[in-house]
Design a protein around this ligand. Structure first.
Ligand code: ZN
Ligand code: ZN
Length: 317
Protein backbone atom coordinates (compact mmCIF):
# COMPACT_ATOMS: atom_id res chain seq x y z
CA UNK A 1 0.00 0.00 0.00
CA UNK A 2 2.72 2.42 1.03
CA UNK A 3 4.78 1.56 -2.01
CA UNK A 4 1.96 2.37 -4.40
CA UNK A 5 1.35 5.66 -2.58
CA UNK A 6 4.97 6.63 -2.91
CA UNK A 7 5.30 5.78 -6.58
CA UNK A 8 2.38 8.10 -7.31
CA UNK A 9 2.46 11.82 -6.87
CA UNK A 10 0.66 11.56 -3.54
CA UNK A 11 2.25 11.41 -0.09
CA UNK A 12 1.06 11.53 3.51
CA UNK A 13 1.53 14.68 5.55
CA UNK A 14 0.32 16.15 8.82
CA UNK A 15 -2.03 19.09 8.41
CA UNK A 16 -2.14 21.60 11.28
CA UNK A 17 -5.64 23.08 11.24
CA UNK A 18 -5.35 25.29 14.31
CA UNK A 19 -7.31 24.85 17.51
CA UNK A 20 -4.84 22.09 18.52
CA UNK A 21 -6.07 19.80 15.73
CA UNK A 22 -3.80 17.76 13.44
CA UNK A 23 -4.97 15.33 10.76
CA UNK A 24 -2.90 13.03 8.55
CA UNK A 25 -3.87 13.45 4.94
CA UNK A 26 -2.94 12.39 1.44
CA UNK A 27 -1.54 15.45 -0.26
CA UNK A 28 0.29 16.21 -3.50
CA UNK A 29 4.04 15.53 -3.51
CA UNK A 30 5.89 18.82 -2.97
CA UNK A 31 7.24 20.73 -5.95
CA UNK A 32 11.02 20.54 -6.29
CA UNK A 33 12.45 23.80 -7.64
CA UNK A 34 15.72 24.12 -9.57
CA UNK A 35 18.65 23.83 -7.15
CA UNK A 36 16.59 21.67 -4.80
CA UNK A 37 16.33 17.93 -4.15
CA UNK A 38 13.63 15.73 -2.72
CA UNK A 39 14.39 14.24 0.70
CA UNK A 40 12.55 11.20 2.02
CA UNK A 41 11.96 12.03 5.68
CA UNK A 42 13.29 9.47 8.14
CA UNK A 43 12.99 11.34 11.47
CA UNK A 44 11.55 14.70 12.49
CA UNK A 45 11.88 15.73 16.12
CA UNK A 46 8.98 17.60 17.69
CA UNK A 47 9.78 21.08 18.93
CA UNK A 48 8.06 23.34 21.46
CA UNK A 49 8.15 26.18 18.95
CA UNK A 50 5.57 24.22 16.90
CA UNK A 51 2.92 24.79 19.59
CA UNK A 52 2.22 28.15 17.98
CA UNK A 53 1.30 26.40 14.70
CA UNK A 54 -0.67 23.77 16.61
CA UNK A 55 -2.79 26.53 18.14
CA UNK A 56 -3.09 28.81 15.13
CA UNK A 57 -2.77 26.47 12.15
CA UNK A 58 0.02 26.22 9.57
CA UNK A 59 -0.03 27.36 5.97
CA UNK A 60 2.79 24.94 5.09
CA UNK A 61 3.61 21.48 6.45
CA UNK A 62 5.23 22.04 9.85
CA UNK A 63 8.27 20.22 11.26
CA UNK A 64 11.79 21.71 11.21
CA UNK A 65 14.15 19.26 12.96
CA UNK A 66 14.45 16.95 9.99
CA UNK A 67 16.70 14.04 9.06
CA UNK A 68 16.23 12.02 5.90
CA UNK A 69 17.70 10.45 2.79
CA UNK A 70 18.06 12.30 -0.51
CA UNK A 71 15.85 10.70 -3.13
CA UNK A 72 16.90 12.36 -6.34
CA UNK A 73 18.18 9.72 -8.81
CA UNK A 74 21.10 11.02 -10.86
CA UNK A 75 21.99 13.73 -8.30
CA UNK A 76 25.41 13.58 -6.62
CA UNK A 77 23.72 13.51 -3.18
CA UNK A 78 21.24 10.73 -4.07
CA UNK A 79 21.02 8.19 -1.23
CA UNK A 80 22.95 10.40 1.24
CA UNK A 81 21.75 10.62 4.86
CA UNK A 82 21.31 14.29 5.68
CA UNK A 83 20.09 16.59 8.40
CA UNK A 84 18.20 19.57 7.00
CA UNK A 85 19.46 23.08 7.73
CA UNK A 86 16.32 25.20 7.95
CA UNK A 87 17.37 28.78 7.06
CA UNK A 88 17.57 29.27 3.31
CA UNK A 89 20.67 31.26 2.42
CA UNK A 90 22.02 32.78 -0.78
CA UNK A 91 25.71 32.05 -0.16
CA UNK A 92 26.96 35.38 -1.51
CA UNK A 93 25.56 38.28 0.59
CA UNK A 94 27.76 39.97 3.22
CA UNK A 95 26.35 37.78 6.03
CA UNK A 96 26.74 34.52 4.08
CA UNK A 97 30.29 35.49 3.05
CA UNK A 98 31.16 35.98 6.72
CA UNK A 99 29.79 32.49 7.34
CA UNK A 100 26.63 33.70 9.08
CA UNK A 101 24.37 31.56 6.89
CA UNK A 102 21.59 31.56 9.50
CA UNK A 103 21.10 35.30 9.04
CA UNK A 104 21.35 35.67 5.26
CA UNK A 105 20.46 39.20 4.16
CA UNK A 106 18.91 38.10 0.86
CA UNK A 107 16.50 35.27 1.76
CA UNK A 108 14.67 34.74 5.01
CA UNK A 109 12.64 31.55 4.42
CA UNK A 110 12.73 28.82 7.04
CA UNK A 111 11.92 25.19 6.20
CA UNK A 112 8.89 24.06 8.21
CA UNK A 113 7.73 27.65 8.73
CA UNK A 114 7.21 29.49 5.46
CA UNK A 115 7.85 26.57 3.17
CA UNK A 116 7.08 22.84 3.57
CA UNK A 117 8.69 20.99 6.48
CA UNK A 118 9.19 17.52 7.85
CA UNK A 119 5.91 16.22 9.29
CA UNK A 120 5.43 14.47 5.94
CA UNK A 121 6.90 11.64 3.91
CA UNK A 122 8.89 13.98 1.66
CA UNK A 123 10.32 17.49 1.84
CA UNK A 124 11.93 19.62 -0.90
CA UNK A 125 15.32 20.96 0.18
CA UNK A 126 17.75 23.45 -1.42
CA UNK A 127 21.09 21.75 -2.09
CA UNK A 128 22.98 24.08 0.27
CA UNK A 129 20.68 23.07 3.17
CA UNK A 130 21.78 19.40 3.03
CA UNK A 131 24.06 18.53 5.95
CA UNK A 132 25.51 15.02 5.47
CA UNK A 133 25.38 12.88 8.62
CA UNK A 134 28.14 10.29 9.22
CA UNK A 135 27.10 6.63 9.54
CA UNK A 136 28.02 6.32 13.22
CA UNK A 137 25.19 8.74 14.13
CA UNK A 138 21.99 6.73 14.50
CA UNK A 139 18.83 7.95 12.76
CA UNK A 140 16.91 8.84 15.92
CA UNK A 141 19.71 11.09 17.25
CA UNK A 142 20.44 12.82 13.94
CA UNK A 143 17.68 15.49 14.25
CA UNK A 144 19.25 16.60 17.55
CA UNK A 145 22.20 17.97 15.56
CA UNK A 146 19.94 20.87 14.55
CA UNK A 147 17.96 22.82 17.17
CA UNK A 148 19.15 20.98 20.25
CA UNK A 149 22.90 20.78 19.61
CA UNK A 150 23.23 23.43 16.88
CA UNK A 151 21.39 26.25 18.65
CA UNK A 152 22.99 25.55 22.02
CA UNK A 153 26.49 25.03 20.58
CA UNK A 154 26.35 28.31 18.68
CA UNK A 155 25.14 30.24 21.75
CA UNK A 156 28.02 28.89 23.84
CA UNK A 157 30.62 29.49 21.10
CA UNK A 158 29.38 33.07 20.73
CA UNK A 159 29.57 33.99 24.42
CA UNK A 160 32.75 32.00 25.00
CA UNK A 161 34.71 34.94 23.58
CA UNK A 162 33.05 37.44 25.93
CA UNK A 163 32.95 35.49 29.20
CA UNK A 164 35.57 32.73 28.89
CA UNK A 165 35.56 29.84 31.40
CA UNK A 166 38.42 31.25 33.48
CA UNK A 167 36.43 34.44 34.12
CA UNK A 168 32.98 32.94 34.40
CA UNK A 169 32.78 31.37 37.84
CA UNK A 170 29.41 29.70 38.33
CA UNK A 171 27.18 29.70 35.24
CA UNK A 172 23.39 29.75 35.38
CA UNK A 173 21.29 27.90 32.78
CA UNK A 174 17.58 28.74 32.91
CA UNK A 175 15.09 26.38 31.27
CA UNK A 176 15.73 22.66 31.64
CA UNK A 177 14.30 21.57 28.26
CA UNK A 178 16.23 19.94 25.39
CA UNK A 179 18.06 23.16 24.41
CA UNK A 180 18.90 23.82 28.09
CA UNK A 181 20.47 20.39 28.30
CA UNK A 182 22.32 21.04 25.05
CA UNK A 183 23.68 24.27 26.53
CA UNK A 184 24.86 22.45 29.69
CA UNK A 185 26.74 19.87 27.60
CA UNK A 186 28.22 22.51 25.28
CA UNK A 187 29.35 24.56 28.31
CA UNK A 188 31.03 21.47 29.77
CA UNK A 189 32.83 20.76 26.51
CA UNK A 190 34.15 24.34 26.49
CA UNK A 191 35.54 23.96 30.01
CA UNK A 192 32.89 25.69 32.13
CA UNK A 193 32.76 23.52 35.22
CA UNK A 194 30.39 25.08 37.78
CA UNK A 195 27.01 24.91 36.02
CA UNK A 196 23.70 25.54 37.80
CA UNK A 197 20.39 24.66 36.18
CA UNK A 198 17.32 26.48 37.45
CA UNK A 199 13.65 26.54 36.71
CA UNK A 200 12.86 29.97 35.24
CA UNK A 201 10.39 30.69 38.03
CA UNK A 202 12.57 29.53 40.89
CA UNK A 203 14.15 32.50 42.58
CA UNK A 204 17.76 32.59 43.50
CA UNK A 205 19.76 35.30 45.17
CA UNK A 206 23.10 34.21 43.74
CA UNK A 207 24.58 36.38 40.97
CA UNK A 208 26.32 35.11 37.86
CA UNK A 209 28.80 36.41 35.29
CA UNK A 210 27.19 34.18 32.66
CA UNK A 211 23.51 33.35 32.34
CA UNK A 212 22.13 31.25 29.49
CA UNK A 213 18.37 31.82 29.29
CA UNK A 214 16.84 28.89 27.38
CA UNK A 215 13.18 29.00 28.42
CA UNK A 216 12.13 32.08 26.45
CA UNK A 217 9.89 33.04 29.40
CA UNK A 218 9.73 36.78 29.98
CA UNK A 219 9.91 36.28 33.75
CA UNK A 220 13.15 34.33 33.30
CA UNK A 221 14.65 37.01 31.04
CA UNK A 222 13.80 39.69 33.60
CA UNK A 223 15.26 37.55 36.39
CA UNK A 224 18.38 37.17 34.24
CA UNK A 225 18.75 40.95 34.05
CA UNK A 226 18.66 41.06 37.85
CA UNK A 227 21.05 38.18 38.43
CA UNK A 228 23.73 38.99 35.86
CA UNK A 229 26.86 40.45 37.43
CA UNK A 230 28.33 43.75 36.21
CA UNK A 231 30.38 43.06 33.04
CA UNK A 232 28.64 39.69 32.77
CA UNK A 233 26.51 38.33 29.92
CA UNK A 234 22.89 37.32 29.68
CA UNK A 235 22.35 35.19 26.58
CA UNK A 236 18.79 34.94 25.23
CA UNK A 237 18.71 31.50 23.63
CA UNK A 238 15.03 30.68 24.22
CA UNK A 239 12.40 32.01 21.84
CA UNK A 240 9.24 33.92 22.57
CA UNK A 241 7.09 35.55 19.90
CA UNK A 242 5.13 37.69 22.38
CA UNK A 243 6.21 41.30 23.04
CA UNK A 244 8.63 41.60 25.94
CA UNK A 245 8.68 44.61 28.25
CA UNK A 246 11.84 45.44 30.14
CA UNK A 247 11.35 47.49 33.25
CA UNK A 248 14.09 50.09 33.08
CA UNK A 249 14.55 50.19 36.80
CA UNK A 250 17.76 50.58 38.77
CA UNK A 251 18.83 46.98 38.16
CA UNK A 252 18.72 47.45 34.40
CA UNK A 253 20.12 50.98 34.21
CA UNK A 254 22.90 50.89 36.71
CA UNK A 255 25.29 48.27 35.46
CA UNK A 256 27.33 47.44 32.37
CA UNK A 257 26.38 44.03 31.06
CA UNK A 258 26.00 42.20 27.78
CA UNK A 259 22.56 41.11 26.65
CA UNK A 260 23.06 38.76 23.73
CA UNK A 261 20.63 37.11 21.38
CA UNK A 262 21.81 34.18 19.28
CA UNK A 263 19.84 32.36 16.60
CA UNK A 264 20.27 28.80 15.28
CA UNK A 265 23.82 28.22 13.97
CA UNK A 266 26.05 28.77 10.95
CA UNK A 267 26.48 25.85 8.51
CA UNK A 268 30.17 25.67 9.44
CA UNK A 269 29.23 24.65 13.01
CA UNK A 270 27.79 21.36 11.80
CA UNK A 271 31.07 19.41 11.98
CA UNK A 272 31.88 20.49 15.57
CA UNK A 273 28.24 19.75 16.45
CA UNK A 274 28.71 16.16 15.26
CA UNK A 275 31.68 15.97 17.65
CA UNK A 276 29.47 17.27 20.49
CA UNK A 277 26.92 14.55 19.76
CA UNK A 278 29.61 11.85 19.64
CA UNK A 279 31.02 13.02 22.96
CA UNK A 280 27.68 13.10 24.82
CA UNK A 281 25.76 10.40 22.94
CA UNK A 282 24.57 8.68 26.11
CA UNK A 283 23.15 11.91 27.53
CA UNK A 284 21.44 12.79 24.26
CA UNK A 285 19.98 9.30 23.95
CA UNK A 286 18.13 9.91 27.24
CA UNK A 287 16.41 12.94 25.71
CA UNK A 288 14.59 11.05 22.96
CA UNK A 289 11.70 9.52 24.85
CA UNK A 290 9.35 8.33 22.18
CA UNK A 291 9.28 7.36 18.50
CA UNK A 292 6.07 6.89 16.54
CA UNK A 293 4.71 7.00 12.99
CA UNK A 294 2.63 9.66 11.24
CA UNK A 295 -0.78 8.21 12.29
CA UNK A 296 0.26 8.65 15.94
CA UNK A 297 1.51 12.24 15.51
CA UNK A 298 -1.73 13.96 16.66
CA UNK A 299 -1.94 12.09 19.99
CA UNK A 300 1.80 12.37 20.66
CA UNK A 301 1.82 16.07 19.86
CA UNK A 302 -0.88 16.50 22.51
CA UNK A 303 1.16 14.46 25.02
CA UNK A 304 4.21 16.60 24.21
CA UNK A 305 2.15 19.75 24.80
CA UNK A 306 1.05 18.38 28.18
CA UNK A 307 4.71 17.97 29.13
CA UNK A 308 4.58 14.16 29.18
CA UNK A 309 7.41 13.81 26.64
CA UNK A 310 10.76 15.64 26.47
CA UNK A 311 11.88 15.13 22.87
CA UNK A 312 9.50 12.89 20.93
CA UNK A 313 10.53 11.97 17.40
CA UNK A 314 8.38 11.17 14.38
CA UNK A 315 9.84 8.08 12.66
CA UNK A 316 8.86 7.33 9.09
CA UNK A 317 10.79 4.15 8.38
ZN1 ZN B 1 12.81 23.66 16.94
ZN1 ZN C 1 23.03 35.36 1.98
Amino acid sequence: MNVSLRSNSIMQAAVFHGGDRITIERVAMPEVAPGEVLVRVSRTALCGSDFKLWHKGAEFTAGHEIFGVVEQPGHAMHGKRCAIYIPLHCGHCAACERGDTQMCLEVSSLIGWNRPGGYAEYVPVPENCLLPVPDDIEDSLAPLLLDVIGTSGHAVRFVNRIVPPREAGPVLVMGAGPVGLGVVLALRSFGYSDIHVADPNGDTSKRFALIMECSGAHAARNLGIELVLPRGALVLVGENAAPWTIEEGKVFRRKDFYMIRTFYFPVSDFKPNIELLRRYKEEYRLLVDGEFGLPQLPENFARFARGELIKPVLALD
